[in-house]
Design a protein around this ligand. Structure first.
Ligand SMILES: [Zn+2]
Ligand SMILES: [Zn+2]
Length: 296
């Protein structure tokens, strides 16, 4: 039997064009990039006119699965999933641990699974991938972005449902203004999401196994932009108070404006972030909706 082909995007090229990454460019890519930029400027701008601010103008993030409660009537369970709308493609980031619960919560939140174009799986753990099977039985007309290190069997199962698979190794463009950090981590490989908005960058993590500081550092290296919000699982459940405070001071040094630790961040880290961030701390749980307008 012919093995279904797996699409591997030329990640660096796409990310380079879209994000203006200066690292990792070969001289020919630099020349090409320069030529493209000049061409784009010539098309879109009159001489002397300011460059338009890049980034999404309107955006909503709806947390559809989390172990922390927020909205009444929704089930909590260990895991994480969030729906991103307002971007060029509607994206489901992670799928929680239980497919039925994911679909039930989506229904209660009036989210139609068929609206989703892209599913991003942050890492292999069941509390992030467990809902995928049920989701694909409802809507297989999606592209699933997953770390290249996922088992071959997993990728083939996704394809056999009718979905496309994109293996992520390096930073890659998912759609306009949305990129993956590329696969990170030594033991548990994970990638995170970077969303460019007109107000700055939003970073979304699944479990942050490669380390939340390493992840934010990578986003700073990849996208030269201010960080508006870091949200998702920070994986600090067992971290000491002093370690968490060091992380918070790193966030402050980077001028991260808003934080929304949830899932595996742990109670201690959540309350310390809340203490240090005050009104810029976003309490996240299942059913929480964040709009870009709320972050300015
Ligand atoms: Zn995990
Ligand atoms: Zn997790």
């Amino acid at each position: 039997m012919q093995r279904p082909s797996v699409i591997v995007i030329s990640a660096l090229t796409l990310a380079t064009i879209a994000l203006g990454i200066t690292a990792y460019k070969s001289p020919s890519e630099q020349r090409k990039g320069q030529a493209m930029n000049e061409q784009r400027e010539a098309v879109s701008r009159a001489p002397g006119e300011r460059e338009p601010t890049p980034g999404v103008k309107d955006l909503t993030i709806k947390v559809v699965y989390d172990n922390n409660p927020y909205a009444k009537g929704l089930e909590t369970a260990w895991g994480f999933s969030a729906l991103i709308t307002g971007t060029e493609k509607t994206i489901l980031f992670d799928t929680g641990g239980n497919g039925q619960l994911l679909l039930d919560n989506m229904k209660k939140l009036a989210v139609d699974p068929n609206r989703v174009d892209v599913v991003v799986l942050s890492h292999i753990h069941g509390d992030h991938t467990g809902g995928l099977g049920s989701f694909l039985r409802t809507n297989a007309n999606v592209t699933v972005y997953l770390p290249i290190s996922f088992p071959k069997r997993f990728k083939e199962n996704v394809q056999s449902c009718g979905a496309k698979v994109v293996e992520v190794k390096e930073p890659v463009k998912i759609c306009e203004n949305v990129h993956s950090t590329g696969q990170m981590g030594k033991w548990i490989k994970e990638h995170s999401l970077m969303i460019r908005t007109k107000a700055g960058l939003i970073v979304m993590t699944g479990c942050a196994h490669p380390g939340i500081v390493n992840i934010v550092n990578k986003t700073k290296e990849t996208v030269k932009d201010d960080i508006l919000l870091v949200m998702g699982g920070f994986h600090l459940e067992w971290a000491t108070k002093s370690k968490i405070e060091k992380i918070i001071s790193a966030f402050k040094q980077w001028h991260v404006q808003y934080v929304g630790p949830c899932h595996c961040s742990g109670h201690k880290a959540r309350s310390l972030f809340e203490k240090h961030y005050g009104k810029n701390y976003i309490k996240i749980g299942v059913g929480k909706s964040i709009n870009l307008r709320d972050l300015q």
